[in-house]
Every structure is written in C-alpha cells, then in structure tokens.
Ligand binder design. Sequence first.
Ligand SMILES: [Fe+2]
Ligand SMILES: [Fe+2]
Length: 319
Amino acid sequence: MKILHISDLHFPTLLNPFTLRRKSLVGYANFYLRRRKKHLQHKILVETIRNLNYDALIISGDITNVSHPKEFEIAKEILSPILDERTFMIPGNHDRYTKKSITEDYFEKSFSEYLGVKIEIDVQNPMEAHEARITEPELEKRGSLTESFDFNRASLYLRMKTIASMKFIGWDSNLLLPAMNAQGLLHPLVAQKTLDIMSQSKEGEYMLVCHHPIWNPKDRQESNHHKMRNRDSIIQILKSNPPVAYFHGHLHTNWVKTPDENVPFYVINSASSTRISDSHHKSGFHFFNRDNKNTWNTERYIFNSHNQKFELSNSIIYS
Ligand SMILES: [Fe+2]
Ligand SMILES: [Fe+2]
C-alpha cells in the first residue's frame, strides 16, 4: 500500500481587504505580507502528484488562509486534478477561521465527496456543544482557553473512509479563536468513539488524520497558543488500540517519528507541501508505504527551486 500525504497548502488567493472583518483582516494581512510569496509551487505540486502512483492521498488541512468562500472555490479548482475516490481530507485551523465558515460548513460543502462518512457522537445535547464552541465572548476577550479544558468548545467532527481496504479516520482539532491563536483541542469523545468503531471493524488497522501535531521533536516544541492542548491524554486513550500512523500538519516543517512505547504509532508531518524551504522550514511531502514484507517505510519529496521539480530526498526521522 502507498499512502501519499500533503498538508498546509495555504493556496495564495487575493482578496479584497475591504470585504474582510476584523479577524480575517489581521489573518489576511499576515498572509499577504509574510507568507504570500513563500507558497508558490502549488501548480507544480498538483502536476507532480497527478503523475505519481499511490493508493490513497491524505490532505491534512490548512488549504485556505482565512476561510473566505473565494479561497475554498479556488482551492477546489486547483486541487481538482487530484481529487478522486482515493482522496481523504480534513480541515485545519485556517479552514475554520471565522464563525461563518463553521456555522455554514464551508469546508464540508466544498469537499464533501472527499471527507468520508460522518459518524454521529452521542452527547446529551450536541447543539449546545456546537453553540458553545462558536459563541464564547469570555474566550474572545481573554484570547485563550482556560487551564481546565472546556470540551464544549471542541468539535465533535468524526469521519471515516475506507480506501484500498484501509480505514482512514478524520478528526477536527480546530477551535474558533482570536487571530494569532492557533491552539487545538480534541474532544475525548471523538477519540473514544474512534476506538469503539475500530473494535468492531473488520479492517483492524487504521490511519488517523488530524491537523494539530500530537508530538513534536524536542527542538520544535510549540507554544500553548499553537499546540493541541490535550494531546498527551489523547495519546493515552489511543494506547489501547493505536493507529498505524497519525498524519498531521500545522507546524510548517517535515518530520517522521517511528513508534515507541510512549507514542506507539508513526507520526508524520508533511507541512507545508507548498512552501519553499528555508533553514527553519523543511518543506515537502511524504509517501508512507507498506512493502511486501508488511513493513512500513517513508519516502520524502522536496521542491528543488533550481529545476522547479519535486525530488526524492532524505526523510527527517526521529526514532
Ligand atoms: Fe498551516
Ligand atoms: Fe494550522
């Protein structure tokens, strides 16, 4: 089996700043001034992928910058040559940037065919949980979550798709927060439901896809304003039936972590697949392959700006 993983495409879309409200304006200015020219090779990326052989394609969020409808429209147009029955997508925090993008399901409406089947989670009052997530004046004022996590603000998104006899599970770790705050939170019921589904699944093995890292290398730790706050407890929940691999993005530099007793699954970060590398951002994308001896291995492709091509390179592996 060959799984191709790309992430954090952040397609550069020009928007009229006068049509943007406060948070989007800050986010758009940040994108326009700091990052616009660093995400250039999207057409080359799509063309490269079109010519590769793979069984499944994972896109782990941050397709847009400020969740503007025009960004979703353009992203879909750019990605259309590689969107098919092998594609599995989840949203990133930039695809859940505004209240409207959440209440009106911009991401779901744009990419419904590629998100898998929606799994319902029983909570006493799901609407209450949804509303609490998107209307929290205290939170907006404070700019941060309290130390004791309030899971009413976390999404109950859980989706599943079987591709080439492998189960792919999609999570949404994103929260509606003020600009420049990109922390995540995963509802524990989502992790628990994932295990319930997998305990009854004939496939047995599964791949998890979520935008926020569940682990970072020591030299690339994240601040509280960037990380998934309850990731350690999610690892503990997963330990009873871990995925083969956890695919994510969010922090824009590649890595692969091999399983160990603390984190008993591969962790693969392919962000950002459209960014030009520099000393702090090792960009590219990964293949995650199972060979005929049933062993998993990774291959990494990086963009060579001299010949404008993606080329096979060394993976950045932590074991
Ligand atoms: Fe990103
Ligand atoms: Fe992100």
